[in-house]
Design a protein around this ligand. Structure first.
Ligand SMILES: Cc1cc2nc3c(=O)[nH]c(=O)nc-3n(C[C@H](O)[C@H](O)[C@H](O)COP(=O)(O)O)c2cc1C
Length: 167
């Protein structure tokens, strides 16, 4: 595994997101991974920031609300296709996704949330801010398209601490 700068993988991240990536979180409430397809990457507070959006209904929401970190693992060579299909449709409330999809949590020093070892590109983030969407501030178009069930997102801002990639 080699360490990269976020700017070396930003294009790859944007291109890979539509196919799904694994957001993994650990806190006192447990450990879980789920698929995300939406994220933003940029610079805020003079820090590289990756934001992820987790709907209230997700089991992951129960965990990330008390977490101080998250990771996002990509599988750029398609190795995690099965896991991405399963982790994007099944809930950690019902199954242990690590067992079910043969995923290995792997840790970096001083960060509670592991990354998924079977991925090949990992973004390790420390949560520095979060906010919950305010429906009254949202455009009607997006509200009607994505939130007809009132299942809004909390947005987590992660300072990118480390970027790891397969050699
Ligand atoms: C391609 C894809 C992208 C997804 N992106 C998101 C996302 O950005 N945010 C979100 O809350 N759910 C997203 N989901 C849905 C969750 O992954 C799914 O509901 C999952 O089963 C939640 O697992 P959990 O209950 O264990 O947290 C996505 C699903 C797929 C298949």
């Amino acid at each position: 595994m080699k360490e990269l700068h976020i700017s070396e993988v930003s294009e790859e991240i944007i291109n890979e997101l539509p196919g799904g990536a694994l957001l993994t979180v650990k806190s006192k409430n447990g450990l879980n991974t789920m698929v995300i397809g939406w994220a933003t990457l940029g610079r805020v507070w003079n820090k590289p920031i990756l934001t992820v959006m987790v709907r209230f209904s997700r089991f992951t929401h129960d965990i990330i609300k008390d977490a101080d970190s998250f990771t996002v693992s990509f599988s750029t060579k398609g190795k995690l296709k099965g896991a991405i299909a399963g982790c994007g449709s099944k809930s950690g409330r019902d199954i242990d996704k690590f067992k079910e999809f043969n995923l290995t949590p792997s840790y970096v020093e001083n960060i509670e949330s592991p990354y998924i070892a079977e991925g090949d590109l990992h973004i390790i983030c420390k949560i520095v801010y979060k906010n919950t969407m305010e429906p009254e501030l949202l455009s009607d178009e997006i509200k009607e398209r994505w939130y007809s069930d009132n299942d809004y997102h909390t947005i987590y801002y992660g300072e990118v601490i480390k970027v790891l990639a397969d050699e």
